[in-house]
Design a protein around this ligand. Structure first.
Ligand SMILES: Cc1cc2nc3c(=O)[nH]c(=O)nc-3n(C[C@H](O)[C@H](O)[C@H](O)COP(=O)(O)OP(=O)(O)OC[C@H]3O[C@@H](n4cnc5c(N)ncnc54)[C@H](O)[C@@H]3O)c2cc1C
Length: 411
């Protein structure tokens, strides 16, 4: 296994549980990749590299957590309830989906988005049958109350791309796996004690308990590729010759894989995600997650020891000065929470290549798990999972890679 992000870890867990001998080689000194926790000195707190939201319908992620004994690490409400605020008008509302597949919540004024009508929601059906070349803007009207108050916030967060130009196919996958399956699939879930405590540390413990070896600080520099198979792995200080029944799963990010595998087609464009963290406990009554419109703040997360803001497709802030940005986001947080006083200790974390850009053209560049080298399998959120770059997608890609390994005769 090359790479100990969630794709690599999920493949490793599947294979180790099937009794295969697994060795994971990871460039960094820690596992988790883009889904990790670390101690942030500016805050004096352990935080996640970014706030990560899952839904109760993310079945691969939940079954991964069950396998590694960490399902209880995800917390969320018992019903699919989402709180929203409009910073411009001061309005607040709750979207409350009913559990069953029949969406009667859209007929209830108290449950649907204010200023929308039940018929507005029919437009979302178009996304379910969208063509591969279509953008969201070609399929639904990117204006009006339903778009501004529901479609834009949800699609922007899930696709990490401005919806009008984003892939309608990937937007359709989100609708199919969430809203179309009813509230039972849409309960928002958060790793309240951090991503490492839920996804990473228990996975490493599970692997170690099954004789798997995890080597950190061990960057793959080159693959020795023969006609139809990988012959050897070249690291900075050692070379591993592969036996005939050895298989390599390459679970590195999209911008690394093409540097290791010639002629590989992979997404080339990426989008940033920005998180602003403030070391202050939430005031009583603040929902654990608040969607915000008409603001830079898109989602406000309330953890026990901090408030944390997420901004998706945040490339416009890549070169922005950090302190003025922190102040302007804090002013929004103060208005949303009623907190006043000076800005608490803060940190801005910009992940410049958080995900591949979920555009139709980039989605078309995602390869499947198999390659023309029979013992080289690909995994990662950027491979052809049918989903945008998400935890669920990366874990499904890892599961798929493991399935290819266990169902193929390699020698
Ligand atoms: C800020 C942020 C917020 C996000 N929010 C959400 C969210 O709310 N919900 C959601 O579902 N998803 C979210 N995501 C996306 C999610 O984190 C990713 O889709 C997922 O973590 C990708 O996992 P991966 O294993 O495919 O890739 P990665 O996590 O990138 O793992 C690849 C691993 O390969 C290693 N590596 C690279 N090169 C080499 C080499 N040469 N040799 C050995 N190892 C190598 C890397 O160090 C890394 O550990 C977010 C991502 C970010 C960055």
């Amino acid at each position: 296994m090359i790479g100990a992000g969630l794709a690599g870890l999920s493949a490793a867990v599947r294979l180790a549980s099937a009794g295969q001998q697994v060795v994971v080689h990871e460039l960094a000194r820690h596992a988790g990749g883009r889904c990790r926790s670390y101690f942030e000195p500016a805050l004096g707190l352990t935080i996640d590299n970014g706030n990560h939201l899952l839904l109760s319908g993310n079945h691969a992620a939940i079954s991964f957590l069950k396998t590694i004994g960490a399902e209880h690490k995800l917390a969320g409400p018992s019903e699919a309830t989402f709180s929203f605020a409009d910073l411009a008008s001061g309005e607040r509302w709750q979207l409350r989906l009913n559990n069953g597949r029949l969406p009667w919540w859209i007929f209830s004024k108290a449950r649907r988005v204010p200023r929308t009508q039940p018929r507005d929601y029919l437009a979302l059906l178009g996304l379910l049958i969208a063509g591969a070349d279509h953008s969201v803007g070609e399929v639904i009207a990117c204006k009006g109350a339903l778009y501004q108050r529901l479609c834009r916030p949800i699609l922007l967060a899930a696709l990490n791309a401005e919806p009008p130009t984003a892939s309608a196919r990937l937007a359709g996958a989100i609708v199919r796996e969430s809203l179309a399956r009813g509230g039972a699939a849409c309960r928002p879930l958060i790793a309240a004690d951090g991503l490492a405590a839920a996804f990473v540390d228990p996975a490493l413990a599970y692997l170690r308990g099954r004789r798997a070896v995890v080597r950190f600080d061990h960057q793959l520099r080159r693959l020795d590729l023969a006609q139809d198979r990988v012959r050897a792995l070249h690291f900075a200080e050692d070379v591993i010759e592969l036996a005939h029944n050895d298989v390599v799963i390459l679970a590195v990010p999209a911008w690394i894989a093409p540097t290791l595998v010639p002629e590989l087609t992979a997404p080339k464009q990426f989008r940033a995600i920005l998180n602003a963290h403030f070391a202050i406990p939430p005031p009583p009554g603040l929902p654990s997650m608040l969607g915000v419109i008409n603001a830079t703040t898109e989602w406000l997360f309330a953890f026990a020891d901090r408030l944390s803001v997420t901004v998706s497709a945040a490339d416009r802030f890549n070169d922005a000065a950090r302190e003025p940005l922190a102040h302007s986001i804090w002013r929004e947080v103060a208005a949303l929470t009623g907190l006043n006083g000076k800005m608490p200790r803060w940190q801005i974390v910009k992940e410049r290549r958080a995900t591949f850009a979920a555009l139709p053209g980039e989605n078309a560049r995602r390869p499947g798990a198999r390659t023309r080298w029979r013992n080289l399998i690909l995994a990662g959120d950027w491979t052809a999972t049918g989903l945008p770059a998400t935890i669920e997608g990366s874990i499904r890609s890892g599961n798929r890679a493991a399935e290819v390994v266990t169902t193929t005769q390699f020698c």
